[in-house]
Write a protein that binds this ligand. Structure first.
Ligand code: NAP
Length: 282
């Protein structure tokens, strides 16, 4: 049998680095948190004639309304109404999707929450970890055996630039996003040599239900549709991490490099201005 010459450079061969991929059609997509915001926009962004799209969230009406939109775009929607914190529900949904739509080309773990109590250090933190950390695990893990058997596929973990710094009033949110980024980074080490790509997506501010009532300015905020377009375009080369928008990402990196006392004095101004109600009065 004739050996097919390797398309990798000697450097890539030496260090077992896979070459960058070019954009290819995503025919089978599974996305959580699709009833609003970024997940809704991502499902529409990937909707093309013949695409099979699994959509997950708790709000049934919104999910079915999205299903209609996807059908009109020529896609085939598979609707799963439930909670990403529920491991059994997510395993059953993945199983049903695999049976009816096949192995996904891309799994997008997007569902997330910011919690209801900006500035608290207690009430929401468990819920934030349950949704933003365990919910992502529950989304990805049931697909791993099939992705490995197929030897292809991509996972997108929708995290946040908030993973990179301890930000005021967002202890549980920052912690949940930092934790999932480490978990996903470790998972990537296991999957990448076996042909599965994993990209951690860290967006800045996006105009969605999550940020609608934000009591602070949101520099470089973008629309969900724009964010979805960026994610689709830039994730097609399977980067390990995708941070955007650039000015916000650079700003966060710069803040992280500053000496702690200077950074904290800058951030604590926001803390003082915005989160006056913690700790609650006895
Ligand atoms: N907006 C921003 O500025 C921003 C910035 C960086 C990163 N992100 C990340 O982007 C992702 C999407 O957020 P978004 O801004 O689009 O907010 P959003 O409009 O509030 O959407 C959140 C989505 O997640 C779903 N969801 C939340 N908890 C769930 C649960 N327990 N089970 C199932 N689905 C659940 C919601 O659906 P149901 O309520 O119907 O279940 C909804 O579809 C999140 O991971 C967020 O952290 C957002």
């Amino acid at each position: 049998m004739r050996k097919v010459p390797s398309q990798k450079s000697p450097f890539q061969q030496r260090f077992r680095i896979r070459p960058l991929k070019t954009r290819n059609p995503r025919k089978t997509v599974f996305v959580t948190g699709a009833s609003s915001g970024l997940g809704h926009a991502l499902a529409r962004e990937y909707a093309e004639a013949g695409t099979k799209i699994g959509i997950v969230a708790r709000r049934k009406e919104k999910l079915y309304a999205l299903g209609d939109i996807l059908s009109r775009a020529g896609s085939v929607p598979f609707v799963f109404t439930g909670d990403v914190r529920d491991r059994n529900f997510m395993a059953e949904s993945a199983d049903s999707f695999l049976k009816n739509a096949g192995v996904p080309d891309i799994v997008i773990a997007n569902a997330g929450t910011r919690g209801n109590h900006l500035g608290s250090f207690d009430q929401d933190d468990k819920d934030l970890i349950d949704t933003n950390f365990h919910g992502v695990r529950h989304t990805i893990l049931p697909f791993i055996p099939s992705l490995l058997a197929a030897g292809r596929g991509q996972i997108l973990v929708i995290s946040s630039l908030a993973a990179k710094l301890a930000l005021p009033g967002a202890a549980g949110y920052c912690a949940s996003k930092a934790a999932i980024n480490r978990w996903a980074g470790s998972l990537r080490l296991a999957l990448s040599p076996r042909g599965i790509d994993l990209t951690i997506v860290n967006p800045g501010f996006i105009r969605t239900e999550m940020t609608r009532d934000n009591p602070y300015p949101m520099p470089f905020v973008m629309d969900a549709d724009e964010a979805a377009r960026i994610i689709r375009r830039k994730s097609s080369s399977a980067p390990s991490e995708l941070n955007f928008p650039l000015p916000m990402s650079l700003g966060i990196s710069l803040l992280a490099l500053l000496p702690d006392r200077i950074r904290e004095s800058f951030l604590s101004r926001f803390q003082a201005r915005l989160y006056l109600s913690w700790p609650p009065a006895p």
